[in-house]
Design a protein around this ligand. Structure first.
Ligand code: ADP
Length: 433
């Protein structure tokens, strides 16, 4: 695609949009931009009425909702090509691409994959939803490098031709229904990861997840499972096998919980399409440090253990956390900005939970639902009060889990800020110590 002297609109000015602008300008396109956020209005290059202009190309950032978007509909009517930031970056990528999508576990799988491939000697680039936009690193790639790209449904929504050499779907549960409007739309966005795979590309699927295992959208699928399989990647006699070959012992894995085992299996499946030795796997998995705010055990205070799982922003991820600590005496902190997901999916499972403490915008809803299922639950409006309540209520041996099942934006700028506040409310500010 030629960009020189083309009139290009970048829609959405988050990190990805800004990095797309840089890339386009570098390639001598005439770039204008637009965002619904009025605070960008006075920037030079801001286009106040983009739908009235004839652009050669529109690049959409992941933050922009495409469904019923009147501006995009107007461009479509006039046959103006619309692509995603992922598509743009893909045009410049010279290396192999691993793309990981799914409702939960994407970041963990990408980090694990990155670690294994690096240990095996590959030059890798970790990018996408995890942090650096793909368009910020695409030009640094070489023929021998591997891009490990975390791909969310938001990034796939506007994608037209992005493809990966190895694509992976970790699991599909209800999430982001506020943006995609229904589960079918959400699942369809996830499925776009497979749309442009070529014959030799691989689609890695989780056989233990009811929805992911049905996404057989490509001829060349590889399955992974915690049960023994005839082929693919599986667990047998405490070992992970790739096509009947033992690759790594479960004793070498530092991560806790069944769901993290699925993440490890996903990464091993992806990496099995590259050159990595059993030693590489063992070393990488044993030395893997999980990302913050994901079932992160912060420590103990007066015999009470505090776990920061602030990244659990949907019901399925909270389920994974409760399942992981199900043999403990749990005090569960839930709440924040809801996403129209049924909380009954968690409460109907009947996990033993000593106390539920609900907070924030959707706290009342959660509290009501928990009580219907017979749980001891309380609603407190603010996060800080909720944490204080947990501190007072907890006794020796309890596990306080911040695993909110909701987004954080009603009170915080991000899940990370929420997790950090949790830690400082319990253990005090790091700077002060
Ligand atoms: P993502 O990038 O898809 O949001 P993360 O690896 O950041 O995934 O994990 C997000 C949340 O989901 C965390 O709370 C984590 O504890 C939980 N989680 C991680 N892996 C899984 C999984 N395979 N299934 C369900 N929940 C998971």
């Amino acid at each position: 695609m030629k960009l020189k002297n083309k009139n290009v609109l970048v829609y959405g000015l988050g990190d990805s949009g800004r990095s797309a602008i840089k890339l386009l300008r570098k390639h001598n396109a005439y770039v204008s931009f637009f965002d619904d956020d009025v605070h960008f209005y006075d920037y030079v290059g801001f286009e106040r009425h983009p739908q009235e202009k004839d652009f050669d190309l529109v690049v959409v950032s992941p933050g922009v909702k495409c469904l019923h978007n009147q501006i995009l509909e107007k461009f479509e009517k006039r046959n103006i090509p619309i692509i995603s930031e992922l598509d743009l970056a893909y045009l410049f990528c010279k290396g192999k691409i691993v793309a990981v999508t799914g409702t939960n576990g994407k970041t963990t799988v990408c980090m694990l994959t990155n670690k294994i491939l690096k240990t095996a000697g590959y030059k890798t680039f970790l990018c996408g939803n995890i942090g650096l936009p793909f368009s910020a690193i695409c030009e640094k790639t070489t023929k021998d490098s591997v891009v490990v790209c975390e791909v969310s449904s938001f990034q796939l929504e506007a994608s037209r031709f992005f493809r990966a050499d190895v694509a992976c779907i970790t699991n599909i549960k209800e999430d982001h229904l506020d943006r995609h409007e229904n589960f079918e739309n959400y699942r369809a966005c996830k499925g776009k990861i497979a749309q442009h795979l070529k014959r030799n590309d691989v689609l890695v699927l989780n056989l233990d997840d009811d929805e992911a295992k049905r996404m057989i959208l490509h001829k060349n699928c590889q399955f992974f499972s915690k049960q023994k399989l005839k082929k693919g990647v599986y667990v047998f006699k405490n070992q992970i096998f790739v096509n009947r070959k033992p690759i790594v012992s479960l004793n070498d894995i530092g991560l806790v919980g069944e769901k993290n085992l699925e993440n490890v299996l996903a990464s091993v499946s992806v990496c099995s399409h590259f050159k990595a030795t059993p030693q590489n796997y063992s070393f990488a998995l044993a030395h893997f440090a999980p990302a913050s705010h994901r079932m992160q055990v912060l420590g103990k205070l007066d015999g009470v253990t505090f776990v920061d799982d602030s990244k659990a922003t949907n019901v399925a991820s909270t389920m994974a956390c409760v399942e992981t600590f199900k043999n403990k005496s749990i005090i569960l902190l839930m709440g924040g900005q809801g996403k129209n997901i049924e909380y009954s999916k968690l409460f109907s499972l009947g996990f033993k939970i000593k106390q539920i403490v609900c907070f924030g915008q959707d706290g009342r809803n959660i509290d009501e639902c928990a009580k219907k299922f017979g749980y001891e639950s309380v609603y407190v409006q603010k996060f800080e009060q909720a944490v204080q309540f947990c501190k007072q209520k907890s006794t020796n041996g309890d596990f306080v889990l911040l695993s909110p099942a909701c987004a954080s934006f009603d009170e915080f700028s991000s899940f990370a800020e929420r997790g950090e506040r949790f830690e400082s409310l319990i253990f005090g500010d790091k700077d002060e110590s």
